[in-house]
Design a protein around this ligand. Structure first.
Ligand code: SER
Length: 345
């Protein structure tokens, strides 16, 4: 069988780097990457071609390709999007729209559905008060879809755009012989934590930032309160979910947008874990009202039973396994060369 042609946008971002490596390790894919940034050396062997530049202007060039799968990861994250709203809209919405149009056109023309895999987010939810958030607990996909952020509004709208291009584009589904439409599938991710990379511009970033700082023996001032609670997930589980959702036959899916999650904890519990693993860490809490407001509008937990039922989703890493079997061993290796590092076994 010939290799599947895959496009990965935002390939230099956190999810992008991990995904490109996993796809290459699995084999059977010809991977084209694109990003504003040049490809890091660590990915050069895996990408057949890297297209550097602004996606909104680059999509035209991809009309010459026949991709089987598009992983559209390029985005401006939630904190950054609040300070550059217009730019965020352009990247998050216009970029997605351009790519959806390409996928829709190619699906129809080739008579074969392009799989369009889209990472959405807990930011698609929005609570009016902490009281409402606490009362809501685990939220289902269709509940509390009232995002407070530009990023969340962009993600929620792009979910709808994906569903539109996949099902109703131009009302072609009503034709006597409807054309093949693109196959849109989205995952609402919780905050993600990698042992190798750090996010930029997000609001769940306090989790990974605190842990990476502690592992290096650096002090960290956390921008949210100790009692702030949202769900998180290890990066390998996020990649596993993307690949599972890509591979599951369409007939198994009862929806196009799925929650997934792994574990929820407070920022104070993050500090405890960091203290235990790296004694002497200096973590303080100095909440930033705007960033605090963003995470207060996000759920404490997500109901991922649809993903579990439809495609057998289950995370490999719960909270203990995340620390003991993924994050701590990997991060100790990563920062092992630093003389300031003190670890407790
Ligand atoms: N991690 C993202 C952010 O903080 C949410 O999906 O913006």
């Amino acid at each position: 069988m010939p290799d599947k042609a895959v496009l990965v946008t935002g390939a230099c971002g956190e999810i992008g780097q991990a995904l490109v490596q996993s796809l290459a390790q699995k084999g059977g894919y010809r991977i084209v990457t694109t990003d504003l940034m040049p490809l890091p050396d660590s990915l050069k062997a895996y990408s057949a071609e890297h297209v550097q530049g602004d996606l909104v202007y680059r999509v035209k060039q991809f009309y010459d390709y026949n991709f089987d799968i598009m992983f559209h990861l390029a985005a401006s994250l939630s904190s950054k999007a609040e300070v550059a709203t217009e730019e965020a809209h352009r990247i998050n919405v216009e970029g997605t729209m351009q790519l959806l149009m390409l996928a829709a056109y190619k699906s129809e023309k080739r008579g074969k559905a392009v799989k369009f895999i889209f990472p959405s987010s807990i930011a698609a939810y929005g609570f009016d008060s902490l009281e409402q958030k606490r009362k809501a607990g685990r939220v289902k996909e269709e509940e509390y879809n009232h995002p407070h952020t530009m990023y969340g509004a962009n993600k929620l709208y792009c979910e709808k755009l994906g569903e539109y291009y996949g099902n109703f584009y131009g009302q072609r589904h009503l034709d006597p012989n409807p054309p093949v439409m693109l196959d849109f599938r989205a995952i609402r991710f919780p905050g993600l934590i990698s042992a190798y990379t750090l996010p930029t511009g997000g609001t769940s970033d306090y989790g990974p930032e605190m842990l990476h700082a502690a592992a290096q023996g650096l002090s960290y001032s956390c921008f949210v309160r100790e009692d702030t609670k949202i769900p998180f997930m290890a990066m390998p589980d996020a990649i596993k979910a993307l690949l599972m959702l890509t591979e599951v036959p369409r007939d198994y899916l009862t929806r196009q947008v799925y929650n997934i999650t792994a574990f929820s904890l407070t920022a104070g519990e993050f500090r405890k874990r960091a203290d235990n693993a790296f004694p002497g860490t200096r973590i303080t809490f100095e909440p930033n009202p705007r960033r605090q407001g963003i995470v207060d509008s996000w759920p404490e937990d997500m109901d991922d039973s649809a993903a579990r039922n439809d495609w057998g989703w289950e995370p490999d890493y719960d909270l203990d396994r995340f620390f003991d079997e993924y994050f701590l061993p990997e991060i100790r290796k990563r920062y092992a060369f630093r003389p300031s590092l003190r670890t407790k076994e």
